[in-house]
Design a protein around this ligand. Structure first.
Ligand code: SF4
Length: 336
């Protein structure tokens, strides 16, 4: 957090969560999953529901998803869900909020309310308002750009949102030379390296990406000759400096499919490597072996129960929803 400000300690939160199971995909497990998938498909039809899934979800969740993508793609998709009455969001809480922002009349469900985010927890609306007021005394033209990994009330206080895919574009397009960028310090550093504007960063990070070290990348490179290293901009500056390409998760998918290379180290949450293994079986993907506990809170059982009992519904105050929508629409306009 910003110097002198009270911080939320994400580790205190995720230590309370259940440890990840490291299930093997045995025949028995796959048969159980097949039954759950059939139940979900039936409930989807009955509820006129669609399932949106983030790239970091468990592989079996991809089997029931109508659309899989990164947060930018999911934000766009959430605006175009056709005649569905219900959206089940397989991702984390702030993403489900975004779906609700664009679909106030629909029921938006998050199968497990423990699916939060250490990065989103690192900034509150109150702390942001206070910091922005302080900074406007020094930089009267200050604008606030928030990475979409934040709560809806933080988005509502922002001039524009951005994703990792369009952060540089949004910052360069916004009409100010002074930007308070929240909440990811690593993405802020990455943006600063690609703009002449002044970026004032918040002191938040994603615990999954922040724990990846240059040493781990170095060891992988030494062990696998010809390895192409693709890193997410939420990684630390010293890790990004070692990467062959720095890309959002969906850009990683495209890059891996189109590149003539066949060995990649995917430096982001491991779920993306699972998706790559499923969709690009002829190439080799080495994982950073970092799992997001929050993303993995979503299970097939949870999705089925969510559809059965229509739980857990995301609700937003109207002024938060309208403010967040304005900042998200601005992102779609500036970062298109
Ligand atoms: S991977 Fe990081 S940013 Fe994404 S949900 Fe998990 S903690 Fe949040």
């Amino acid at each position: 957090m910003i110097e002198g400000r009270e911080s939320i300690n994400p580790s205190a939160l995720y230590e309370k969560l259940a440890p990840l199971d490291h299930e093997r995909y045995t025949t028995e497990l796959c048969e159980r999953y097949a039954g759950q998938i059939a139940r979900i498909m039936r409930l989807k039809r009955e509820r006129r529901a669609i399932v949106l899934a983030h790239n970091y979800q468990r592989p079996e969740i991809f089997e029931v998803a109508d659309f899989i993508g990164d947060s930018f793609e999911l934000a766009r998709k959430a605006r175009e869900v056709g005649d569905a009455d219900v959206i089940v969001f397989c991702g984390v809480h702030f993403m489900a909020e975004t779906a609700k922002v664009f679909n106030p009349e629909r029921s938006v469900l998050l199968p497990d309310m423990r699916a939060g985010c250490s990065l989103a927890d690192s900034v509150t609306a109150e702390a942001l308002a206070e910091r922005a007021d302080e900074l406007r005394k020094i930089y009267p033209d200050l604008k606030v750009v928030s990475y979409v990994n934040c709560t809806a009330d933080v988005k509502a206080l922002s001039d524009s949102c951005c994703t990792s895919a369009n952060a540089v574009k949004v910052v360069n397009a916004i009409d100010s030379g002074n930007i308070l960028f929240v909440p990811d310090q690593n993405l802020a550093n990455y943006v600063q390296a690609h703009t002449s504007k002044r970026i004032i960063s918040w002191d938040g990070n994603c615990y999954v990406h922040h724990q990846i070290t240059p040493d781990e990348v170095e060891k992988a490179r030494a062990a696998v000759p010809g390895l192409i290293v693709i890193a997410h901009p939420e990684c630390r500056k010293d890790v990004i400096a070692m990467a062959d390409a720095v890309l959002s998760t969906s850009a990683m998918m495209r890059y891996a499919k189109e590149s003539p290379a066949d060995k990649f180290l995917i430096v982001t949450e491991c779920g993306l490597s699972d998706r790559l293994l499923l969709e690009v079986p002829n190439k080799h993907f080495y994982k950073a072996c970092k799992l997001c506990r929050y993303m993995k809170m979503i299970t097939l059982d949870g999705v089925a129960d969510s559809l059965e009992h229509l739980r857990y519904a995301i609700e937003l105050e109207p002024e938060v929803r309208v403010g967040a929508r304005r900042a998200l629409e601005r992102m779609l306009e500036l970062g298109a």
